[in-house]
Design a protein. Structure first.
Lengths: 303, 360
C-alpha cells in the first residue's frame, strides 16, 4: 500500500513537472516579447524592464525562477491588465468551485439513483427510458446543451432568469455541466449494479433471509459504487474544462471564462498561470481518487 | 381396444410394444420434412459470425444507415446545390444585401423579384447566415470538416497506439515497463488543457503555407492533429498492450507454439484476430470524441479558420443571434448529435457483435 501510494505521488509530481515544463517552454516559443507593444520604447527602458522581469537571463534559468515563484504562489502579472494572476485565480475560482461542486454532487446523486433504478427495472420501461436519455445527453457537447437550455428556459419560456452576479441562479449552468458526467455515471452504475446483483454474496445474503432493502443497499449498491469512485477524478477534469464554455455561455465570471478571455486576448502569462493551476488541481484529484479507490477496495491490484 | 384387435393382422409383429401403437395413424415423412433433420449449418468465419450478429441489432444497423446517408449528403450536396460555403448570395450577378439571416425556405426580396421575372432560385433549405451565405451548404461543409477531423484523428490514434502498444506488449520485461511509465505520465496530463495551450502556441509559430493541403483548415487543425498524435494515443496503446498480453497467455497460443508454428504466424493467425475487434471498436468510439474536442476548440476560438465552417464553429457563431435565429443553433446541434449517436451506437453494436466476452 505504502509503495503504491509513493509510486502514485512520484508519478503525479513527474506529470506536474512535465506539464509546467511544456507550458513554460511552449509559451516561450511564441515569437515577440511582452514589451513589443504598439508604443516603441527606448532600448534602455526595454533593457531595464527585461532585467526587472528576469527576461535577460537564459530560458532555463527563467524556468527555474518561474517554478520557484509558482511554488511560492506567485503567478506573475497579467500582460493585459497588469493585475496579479494569483489573485485573479483565487477570486474567480471561488465562483467556479461553487458551480463545479454543485455539478459534481448533482451528477453523482442523480447518476447513482438513475443507474440503480435502471438496473432494478432491467428491460422494462424505466430502464429503457433512462438509458435512452443518457445516450442522447452524452451525444451533445456541453456548450450545445447549454445554449439549447438557455434558449428554451431563459428566452422562450422565461422560467429561469438570465445569470445575474448579484442574484445568481445556478440551475441551468449546473444542469449543463452535470449532464454529461451524470449520463456516464448512470450507465456505469447500471452495469456495475447488475454485476453486483449477480454475485455470490448477494445470493448468500438473500438466502440467509436478509431484508431485500438491506441486500440492495448494504450488499449490492455499496459494491456497485466502487467503479463510480474511479470516475470521480476524470469527472472533475471534465467539469473543470466544461466550465470554460459553460461560464462563457451563461456569462458567469469564473475562472473558466477568464481563461477563455485570456486565450482570445493572447494574454500569455494568464494562460500559463491558469493552465498550471488547473493541471495541479486535476492531477491532485486523480491522485486522491486512485488512493481512495485502493483503500475502499483492497481486492484490486492496480499493479 | 376393438380397433387394435381388428387390425392386428396388418401389423408387423416384431415386438410386443407395437401391439399398442396403431401404425396406420402415422404418415411417412416427406422429403422436405426429412431435410429439416439436417442440422449442419454452413461453415462460418469469425467475421461472418460477427456480421450476422450485427445485422440483428436494429440500433447498429440504423446507425450505419444514418452514417451512410450523411456521407452521401456530403458527397452529393456540392454537385446539386449551386452555392459555395463561402459564397455570399448573388441574384442575377448582383450581390443580394437583403439575403442575410433569412429563415429556412424563405426568399429575399431581390430573389422574389427575380423569380417573378421567370428566373430560377434554388431554395435555401436552412435559410442563410448573417453574411448572406446559404446555411444548408455551410452545415454540410461543417459536417464534412467535423467528420474528416474525427476520422483523421482516430486513424492517427490507431496507428500510433497500435504500434506503441504492440511493441510494448510483445517485448515485455524492461522495455514494457519503461514504455508504460511514459504512457502513465502522458495519461495523467490534462489533455484538453494541453490541446488549448499547444493550439495557442502552434498558431503563432506554425506556418500554414508549409502544409498546402491544410491551408483551408488553418493552423488550428494542424495543431489539433499534432496534439491528438502526441496525447490521445495513450489510451489505445494501453488497450492494445493489455490485449496482446492477455491473448499471449492463452492456451491456443501455447498449442500453436507446441505444434511448431512460427511467431509471425502466431501473431497473424492467433493474436491479431483476437485483438482486432477491441481495437476497431475503440477507434470507432474515438471519432465522436475527436469531433467533440474539435467543436470545443472551435467554441473557444481555436477551431478551423474562417470562412471554412465546422459544426462546432457554426454552433458557436449561432449563439450571437440565439434569440431571433435559433434555427442556426439547432441545425448544427442536430448534426453533431446524429453523428455522435450513430458512432456511439455503432461502436456498442460492434462490441456486442464481435466481442461477446465484453457483452453486458
Amino acid at each position: 500500500m505504502t509503495k503504491y501510494v509513493g509510486k502514485r505521488i512520484v508519478l503525479a509530481l513527474v506529470t506536474l513537472f512535465i506539464v509546467c515544463g511544456i507550458t513554460f517552454f511552449a509559451m516561450n516559443a511564441i515569437p515577440g516579447g511582452p514589451f513589443d507593444g504598439e508604443k516603441a520604447i527606448s532600448p534602455e527602458v526595454k533593457a531595464e524592464m527585461e532585467k526587472r522581469f528576469n527576461l535577460d537571463k537564459p530560458v532555463s534559468q527563467q524556468f527555474i525562477i518561474y517554478m520557484k515563484n509558482i511554488l511560492h504562489g506567485d503567478f506573475g502579472v497579467s500582460a493585459k491588465t497588469g493585475r496579479d494572476i494569483g489573485k485573479t485565480i483565487s477570486t474567480s475560482f471561488k465562483v467556479s468551485a461553487k458551480l463545479g461542486a454543485m455539478a459534481i454532487i448533482t451528477a453523482v446523486v442523480f447518476g447513482v439513483i438513475l443507474g440503480s433504478s435502471a438496473a432494478l427495472t432491467r428491460n422494462h420501461l424505466p430502464d429503457r427510458l433512462i438509458i435512452f436519455l443518457s445516450t442522447l445527453i452524452s451525444a451533445l457537447p456541453s456548450f450545445v446543451l447549454a445554449s439549447l437550455l438557455l434558449l428554451t428556459f431563459c428566452i422562450k419560456l422565461k422560467w429561469i432568469p438570465v445569470w445575474n452576479p448579484k442574484n445568481p441562479n445556478y440551475i441551468l449552468p449546473v444542469i449543463s455541466l452535470a449532464a454529461y458526467p451524470m449520463a456516464y455515471i448512470t450507465r456505469l452504475t447500471k452495469t456495475s449494479m447488475l454485476d453486483a446483483m449477480g454475485q455470490d454474496y448477494v445470493r448468500t445474503a438473500k438466502a440467509k433471509g436478509v431484508a431485500s432493502w438491506k441486500v440492495l443497499f448494504k450488499h449490492a449498491l455499496r459494491n456497485a459504487l466502487i467503479p463510480v469512485v474511479t470516475y470521480v477524478g476524470p469527472m472533475i477534469a471534465s467539469i473543470l474544462t466544461g466550465s470554460l464554455v459553460i461560464e462563457k455561455i451563461f456569462t458567469i465570471g469564473g475562472l473558466g471564462s477568464k481563461f477563455v478571455d485570456s486565450i482570445t486576448n493572447r494574454d500569455y502569462p494568464l494562460i500559463m498561470g491558469v493552465t498550471i493551476f488547473l493541471a495541479v488541481l486535476m492531477v491532485t484529484m486523480n491522485l486522491i481518487t486512485d488512493i481512495v479507490y485502493k483503500i475502499i477496495d483492497p481486492r484490486i491490484n492496480l499493479d | 381396444m376393438d380397433n387394435t384387435n381388428n387390425n392386428i393382422d396388418q401389423m408387423p409383429k416384431k415386438s410386443p410394444f407395437s401391439m399398442q401403437i396403431d401404425l396406420q395413424k402415422f404418415e411417412k415423412a416427406t422429403d422436405e420434412e426429412k431435410h429439416q433433420q439436417e442440422v449442419m449449418s454452413n461453415s462460418s468465419s469469425f467475421f461472418k459470425d460477427g456480421m450476422k450478429r450485427l445485422k440483428k441489432n436494429p440500433l447498429a444497423m440504423g446507425s450505419i444507415i444514418v452514417l451512410i446517408l450523411i456521407v452521401l449528403m456530403i458527397i452529393i450536396t456540392p454537385h446539386v446545390i449551386p452555392y459555395q460555403y463561402s459564397q455570399i448570395i448573388t441574384v442575377d450577378g448582383v450581390r443580394d444585401k437583403s439575403a442575410s439571416n433569412m429563415a429556412p425556405l424563405k426568399h429575399s426580396d431581390l430573389e422574389k423579384e427575380y423569380i417573378k421575372k421567370g428566373g430560377k432560385v434554388f431554395p435555401h433549405l436552412m435559410g442563410t447566415d448573417e453574411l448572406g451565405r446559404d446555411y444548408f451548404v455551410r452545415v454540410v461543409y461543417g459536417t464534412r470538416i467535423s467528420l474528416t477531423v474525427g476520422i483523421i484523428a482516430s486513424i492517427l490514434v490507431l496507428l500510433i497506439g497500435v504500434l506503441y502498444g504492440s511493441i510494448s506488449g510483445y517485448f515485455g520485461g524492461r522495455v514494457d515497463m519503461v514504455m508504460m511509465r511514459i504512457v502513465d505520465v502522458i495519461y495523467s496530463v490534462p489533455d484538453l488543457l494541453m490541446i488549448i495551450l499547444l493550439s495557442v502556441v502552434l498558431n503563432e509559430i506554425l506556418d500554414v503555407n508549409s502544409f498546402p493541403f491544410m491551408q483551408k483548415l488553418g493552423t488550428n487543425m494542424i495543431s489539433l492533429f499534432i496534439v491528438f498524435g502526441l496525447l490521445y494515443w495513450v489510451g489505445m496503446a494501453r488497450l492494445v498492450r493489455g490485449q496482446i498480453l492477455t491473448v499471449k497467455e492463452n492456451e491456443y497460443v501455447l498449442a500453436a507454439q507446441v505444434s511448431g508454428a512460427k511467431s509471425g504466424r502466431i501473431i497473424r493467425k492467433h493474436i491479431l484476430p483476437n485483438c482486432i475487434s477491441v481495437i476497431i471498436i475503440s477507434a470507432a468510439l474515438q471519432i465522436p470524441s475527436a469531433i467533440f474536442t474539435e467543436s470545443f476548440l472551435s467554441f473557444i476560438g481555436l477551431g478551423v479558420k474562417s470562412p471554412m465552417p465546422s459544426l462546432g464553429s457554426l454552433a458557436n457563431e449561432a449563439r450571437a443571434g440565439l434569440t431571433t435565429y435559433s434555427y442556426k443553433l439547432i441545425f448544427p446541434a442536430i448534426m453533431i448529435a446524429l453523428i455522435t449517436l450513430a458512432f456511439n451506437l455503432l461502436g456498442d453494436g460492434l462490441r456486442d457483435a464481435f466481442d461477446p466476452k465484453l457483452r453486458r
